[in-house]
Design a protein around this ligand. Structure first.
Ligand SMILES: [Zn+2]
Length: 68
């Protein structure tokens, strides 16, 4: 099985393939993502940082306490 054929995308060489991958990654990372706990909209690329932030942890625990 040819993997290029399977993906439906053909790149001329490894460099082009990587560029295409990075572009897709950046497009994904710049999409907005909303944190329902903090009621803020951030970029998807910052999501993992946000989820580890003190502010988020505080909102997470206080919102859970509120629900219980
Ligand atoms: Zn949050």
């Amino acid at each position: 099985m040819d993997p290029k054929h399977k993906q439906g995308v053909a790149y001329d060489n490894e460099d082009e393939r990587r560029k295409g991958y990075l572009t897709a990654q950046n497009r994904h990372a710049s999409k907005p993502w909303m944190c329902s706990y903090c009621n803020v909209t951030i970029r998807k690329g910052n999501r993992s940082n946000h989820l580890k932030s003190k502010k988020h942890c505080y909102n997470l625990t206080s919102n859970n306490a509120f629900i219980i």
